[in-house]
Design a protein around this ligand. Structure first.
Ligand code: HSE
Length: 431
């Protein structure tokens, strides 16, 4: 029987999940795929501290070169995350004739083009299903399932930690910190959770999706990325009263030869599928031609969902060993090179704005006056009933407004004597 020898580098939460699946299903996979998916070596810097029940100790090492220099290893599974040494591990692996499976979104978003080129030059593959949405098969859906379509737009909830925080703040009235702590304890958050809550993890994943759908490598430095730390209970409740939900959305829309790419908290009408995505679920809504809309949802963070994506990559490598990486992955066309990123200043959306103001006559007219001077038209205004003279929240929904004008208006409003704190602005997306 054909044996697929696997060298695992990084034996953390996901690595342990992968080992669990491969051990428990080894016979099932042998029967089904006529392949033996065999873990030959597990390398981890702190291997001595890692749980390894039922594992043969000779498999375990703290030396990554025991994997990279072993000519009998066919596939390196890189699960240490981050930039280095993960990048060198991948380069060394493909140069020494090994395929790579990785969940490393940060590395692929930053150096993907170089890594794919190197893999191609060495006739090796890099599989990365778990890099976006963990085990949700979004990579394979885009690259195979709907191949032949052109992509008009992607709207994704692609960070489980943020979705968990936002929905658990709403559902169980947890504070931001309590929800984040729980996400960390459950192993959903990155080892550096700032990547999650700053929106950067979603941005890394969006770079991968843009690349797969538009053939263009963009950089997270070139588009707007905003996290969720300024979202409060009040905003979640006000939004809910307006039949809206707040989700961290990763957006990539094609507008002529421009790409409107951004990550930020977004208001979504409650009756849209994305608004019903709760907890650590991720969902990606694809708008395509000729297929139309596709919506894919599932658990997007956590040990076993991520491990499931890694195992599916291994099986795909195992059963299609001689298949090449599609050429378009490392070969953007001239047309794709001509696509430019739309600057955030030019973006036009509706906005939810919460002002904290003194409750006294004339305050609203001062604020609406400034908005009017910046050509921002108000669709609705709500003020929470409070005692006269106290600070009260006023929530406005605008009609479609230009981002730059809105920012300038809010800057001016922030400095008004009747305004007590920087207004919170959340974009609404027409879906
Ligand atoms: N920290 C990531 C998330 C894990 O919360 O979505 C999956 O990539």
């Amino acid at each position: 029987m054909d044996c697929i020898n696997i060298g695992l580098i990084g034996y953390g939460v996901i690595g342990q999940g992968v080992v669990k699946i491969l051990k428990n299903r080894r016979k099932y996979f042998k029967d089904k795929y006529k392949k033996d998916f065999f873990i030959k070596t597990i390398a981890d810097r702190s291997i001595a501290k890692k749980p390894s029940p039922g594992l043969d100790n000779t498999l375990l090492t703290s030396d990554i070169h025991a994997v990279l220099n072993d000519a009998d290893i066919h596939v390196v599974v890189e699960l240490i995350g981050g930039m280095q040494p993960a990048k060198d591990i991948m380069l060394l692996a493909v140069r020494s004739g090994k395929h790579v499976v990785t969940a490393n979104k940060e590395l692929l978003a930053t150096c993907g083009q170089e890594l794919f080129r190197e893999a191609n030059a060495n006739n090796r593959m890099i599989h990365f299903e778990s890099a976006v949405g963990a085990g949700i098969p979004i990579i394979r859906t885009i690259t195979e399932g709907v191949a032949g379509n052109k992509f008009n737009g992607i709207y994704g909830i692609i960070n489980g930690t943020c979705n968990f925080i936002l929905t658990e703040m709403a559902r169980r009235k947890l504070t931001f910190q309590e929800a984040l702590k729980e996400a960390q304890e459950k192993g959903y958050a990155e080892s550096n959770p700032t990547l999650d809550i700053s929106g950067m993890d979603a941005a890394h994943k969006l770079v991968i999706l843009v690349f797969l759908t538009q053939g263009k490598f963009v950089s997270v430095k070139d588009f707007h990325v905003e996290g969720i730390n300024h979202i409060s209970h009040e905003d979640i409740e006000f939004a809910s009263a307006l039949d809206l939900e707040i989700r961290l959305l990763a957006i990539a829309k094609k507008i002529g030869n421009e790409l409107d790419v951004r990550v930020h908290p977004t208001l979504i009408p409650k009756d849209h599928g994305l608004a019903t995505v709760n907890g650590i679920d991720n969902a990606i809504f694809l708008d395509m031609d000729p297929m139309g809309d596709v919506f894919i949802e599932g658990q997007g963070a956590g040990q076993m969902t991520a491990a499931s994506g890694v195992v599916s990559d291994l099986i795909n490598l195992g059963i299609r060993k001689d298949v090449q990486m599609p050429t378009w992955i490392y070969n953007p066309t001239e047309e794709q090179e001509n696509i430019v990123l739309r600057k955030i200043d030019k973006v036009e959306t509706r906005f939810y704005i919460r002002f904290m103001v003194i409750d006294k006559p004339g305050v609203l007219s001062i604020i609406t006056g400034v908005l009017g001077q910046h050509n921002i038209s108000i669709a609705s205004v709500n003020q929470k009933q409070e005692n006269k003279g106290s600070t009260v929240p006023v929530v406005m929904l605008t009609h479609v407004a230009n981002e730059r004008s809105l920012r300038e208006a809010l800057e001016q409003i922030t400095h008004l004597a009747v305004v007590r704190s920087r207004p919170v602005a959340i974009r609404m997306e027409k879906l």
